[in-house]
Design a protein around this ligand. Structure first.
Ligand SMILES: CC(C)(COP(=O)(O)OP(=O)(O)OC[C@H]1O[C@@H](n2cnc3c(N)ncnc32)[C@H](O)[C@@H]1OP(=O)(O)O)[C@@H](O)C(=O)NCCC(=O)NCCS
Length: 267
């Protein structure tokens, strides 16, 4: 029998939240252990600031999936950062549906995040990846009634009030502030982050791609929790990569795009 139980994240089950996205065969890998530690640092602060900001789903008593969200107070909406059910034997059992419906119940109520008012919508920007045969986050949210915002198919919203149409508040992007000391090298920004894959999967991959082509270029790792001033003065964030004083716009999931940009910056 499939018993599914959904619980808000608290200090009691923070470890479950941090490990639920790590596949069993990666649990002893030092890079993934570091990724989980980065997530835990981030999550402890998030819990202190926001209260519950995620839910963990348990399948027959074991952590099997999670949903992460946060307030966008200016817009009075709840932003879903991620939903994930990792292991294929857990798919299509209604776990993600239960996670989303539990959040739907919460957001029908007044929330202290929004001065005791109800939020106007759920908003999400879905991740493009996913394992073979796995449903994508875009397919899932679209099936659950989310609508597209603007041109891109991965920016979606679900109105919580009749007739509400979400229009994102345009933000002034300042961007990376170039530093002389970044010339002739690569700077990779690590540190506390909501995703445990940021360090092992994305940033270590960034380093690997650089090294595959450029054996000699110096690589400097900056951890935002150890050198916050270094991150602030560049106006960058965890996950960013700077090559010869240029911020790389492409994510490493787009290997060709990333390598093209790194080449243009270095040569
Ligand atoms: C999308 C995802 C959360 C769905 O999880 P799940 O627990 O299997 O979903 P559910 O069992 O609740 O199914 C929800 C609906 O999707 C459908 N569905 C799920 N997987 C499906 C698949 N592979 N093919 C077709 N339909 C599928 C179900 O039939 C169900 O339909 P219904 O609402 O009509 O009943 C999961 O597949 C996943 O984690 N995908 C990757 C998402 C991602 O990239 N996250 C970021 C990672 S960093």
């Amino acid at each position: 029998m499939d018993e599914i139980d959904v619980r808000d994240v608290t200090t009691e089950n923070l470890d479950d939240l941090c490990w639920v996205c790590v596949s069993p065969e990666k649990r002893d890998d030092p890079d993934w252990i570091r990724g989980v530690a980065d997530k835990k640092k981030w999550a402890v602060e998030a819990l202190a600031e926001w209260g519950p900001f995620a839910k963990v789903a348990y399948h027959n008593g074991s952590a099997a999936g999670m949903i992460h969200y946060r307030p966008l107070s200016e817009e009075r909406v709840v932003h879903i950062d991620c939903i994930y059910v990792l292991v294929s034997s857990h798919w299509r059992k209604g776990i993600a549906t239960r996670l989303l419906s539990s959040l739907m119940e919460d957001v029908k109520k007044r929330m202290r995040w929004f001065d005791n008012r109800r939020p106007l919508a759920l908003v999400t920007k879905t991740f493009l990846g996913g394992a073979p045969e796995q449903y994508t986050a875009r397919e899932f949210f679209t099936k659950k009634g989310f609508r597209q915002i603007g041109e891109g198919p991965d920016h979606l919203y679900y109105p919580l009030e009749a007739g509400f149409v979400y229009k994102p508040v345009p933000k002034k992007e300042v961007g990376y502030i170039p530093q002389d000391e970044d010339r002739g090298k690569v700077v990779i920004i690590s540190g506390p982050d909501y995703c445990p894959a940021t360090y092992p999967f994305f940033l270590k991959r960034t380093e690997k791609y650089i090294r595959e082509t450029y054996l000699e270029v110096p690589i400097r790792w900056v951890d935002s929790s150890e050198e916050p001033a270094e991150v602030r003065k560049r106006n960058v964030a965890v996950g960013d990569c700077i090559v010869n004083a240029r911020l790389m716009p492409s994510y490493v999931l787009d290997k060709d795009g990333f390598e093209r940009e790194a080449k243009a910056a270095l040569e």
